[in-house]
Design a protein around this ligand. Structure first.
Ligand code: DX5
Ligand code: ZN
Length: 217
């Protein structure tokens, strides 16, 4: 049962970023998840372009960029220019009426466009954008930090999104982000998700390579 694992660098040891990237390159990780936080959209600040460029230079995996920032359109081009950049998700809550334009901006740069949706946002708000995005990033926690408690209603939200996609014959993949671990990944996969972000379940494990392989299997 295919499960793509996207380790979130928000949980990584930034004092050893080169070693971390080498470890990920040798792992079953499908892509590297970069959590970009501006301290306005969510109450945390993560890292910017110098760090993203260092990660891009030190790894060979595709970059899965998660923009938790209020004006993503101002930075899409710079993120798209990163070596290995393949996916960019922007929050529906941050873009409002500009979302369609931002999604088209991402696709016009040759990347896959994702809509990130926070736990408090109704999944039905995705429907009017069907056809305009390549994936949905379903948050299992509120944006801001790794290591938070998984919100169990995420499973039902993934199931509803899968049903809505089937009813509309819309094709996109579902990525789950936040609180993913061995205990919930199987149910989430069966509900229709195929890509799984994991921060603390990977980087807090004694053997991250084994943890990634375990989640992927
Ligand atoms: C939260 C981030 C998530 C988080 C995942 O705002 O978008 O990617 O870092 O970390 P875990 O897997 O520990 O919840
Ligand atoms: Zn994320």
């Amino acid at each position: 049962m295919n499960r793509s694992i996207a380790p979130s660098m928000l949980s990584a040891d930034f004092g050893r970023i080169g070693e971390v990237c080498a470890m990920l390159d040798g792992s079953a990780a499908d892509r590297i998840h970069l959590d970009i936080l501006d301290g306005v959209f969510a109450p945390n600040i993560s890292f910017g372009f110098p760090v993203c460029e260092a990660i891009a230079a030190a790894s060979h995996k595709p970059l899965d960029i998660h923009l938790m920032i209020v004006r993503p359109e101002d930075y899409i081009e710079r993120f798209a220019a990163l070596k290995g950049a393949r996916y960019i998700a922007v929050h529906i809550e941050a873009c409002g009426g500009r979302l369609r334009k931002v999604l088209r901006q991402i696709r016009a740069l040759g990347l896959q466009a994702g809509i990130a949706i926070s736990p408090g946002t109704p999944v039905e708000s995705l429907i009017e954008y069907f056809g305009e995005f390549d994936y949905v990033l379903v948050m299992g926690v509120n944006p801001g930090y790794s290591g938070q408690k998984y919100m169990p209603e995420t499973l039902e939200r993934v199931g509803i999104i899968s049903e809505m996609a089937a009813a509309a014959d819309a094709s996109f993949f579902i990525e789950v982000d936040g609180g993913v671990g061995k205990a919930n990944i199987g149910d989430l996969r069966r509900a229709g998700a195929t890509v799984f972000v994991s921060g603390s379940s990977v980087f807090d494990a004694p053997d991250p390579v084994a943890a990634i392989a375990n989640l992927a299997s």
